[in-house]
Ligand binder design. Structure first.
Ligand SMILES: [Zn+2]
Length: 223
């Protein structure tokens, strides 16, 4: 009797687990820091458009000033925009007043109708004051869970392989639209992971799909 019940349980587990795994969708978010940046951002947007993929761009105020057209295109093409500070200086070293100015000055340069949901402080470095400024500005604090260090490697193949070999459902991938190798790597990551059944969504969409309601001033690494 006990043996038969055990067999039934094992059969259930054996049949149910693979079936569940096979049908479950896998979602990831590509995030790009430090832009907008002229031709790299344009090449990336062309590639993402061709692949019908939406990403999240964490923009710097001092670069928004130089590349308003690229920022407008990011917004118009349905990507998500978040803040990465105005000056790209370490936010963890700033007082409340400096932080508020960094955020307000960057917000003022965003494309019309763009309402950011996230702040990613440069280097991901946080302090109580950073969390408090994010809370006041109604922003979640976005970290990441996959970092191929594309800014240091400059080898598209190495960057791509690092991501493809480590990525899991719900991950937030950190890249920069600041070099040819990063753009090439990003697009190869999309092609490779799409072939493996991953879907690419914005960070806000990833949170929604995973049932996470973003709380201002809270840090998120993955969903
Ligand atoms: Zn940065």
């Amino acid at each position: 009797m006990i043996l038969r019940r055990l067999l039934a349980i094992l059969l259930c587990l054996g049949l149910a687990v693979p079936a569940y795994g096979a049908t479950q969708e896998k979602y990831v978010a590509l995030t790009f820091d430090d832009g907008p940046s002229g031709r790299f951002t344009r090449a990336l947007l062309d590639g993402l458009e061709k692949r019908n993929v939406k990403a999240t761009f964490l923009l710097c105020g001092y670069r928004l000033k130089d590349y308003p057209r690229e920022a407008g295109r990011i917004h118009a093409e349905g990507h998500e925009i978040g803040l990465h500070g105005y000056s790209h200086s370490c936010m963890a070293d700033m007082c409340q007043e400096e932080l508020e100015r960094e955020l307000a000055d960057t917000m003022a340069l965003l494309p019309e109708g763009c309402k950011p949901a996230f702040l990613r402080p440069p280097g991901g470095k946080c302090s109580e004051a950073v969390l408090s400024a994010a809370r006041q500005a109604d922003l979640g604090v976005l970290s990441w869970s996959v970092d191929p260090k594309d800014w240091a490697s400059h080898d598209a193949q190495v960057i791509g392989q690092t991501v493809v070999q480590t990525v899991r459902d719900g991950d937030v991938i950190l890249l920069h639209d600041m070099s040819d190798s990063s753009v090439e790597a990003a697009l190869s990551i999309v092609d490779e992971l799409k072939a493996q059944g991953f879907r690419f969504v914005t960070v806000s969409e990833l949170a929604r799909l995973k049932g996470v309601a973003i709380q201002p001033g809270k840090v998120y690494q993955r969903f």
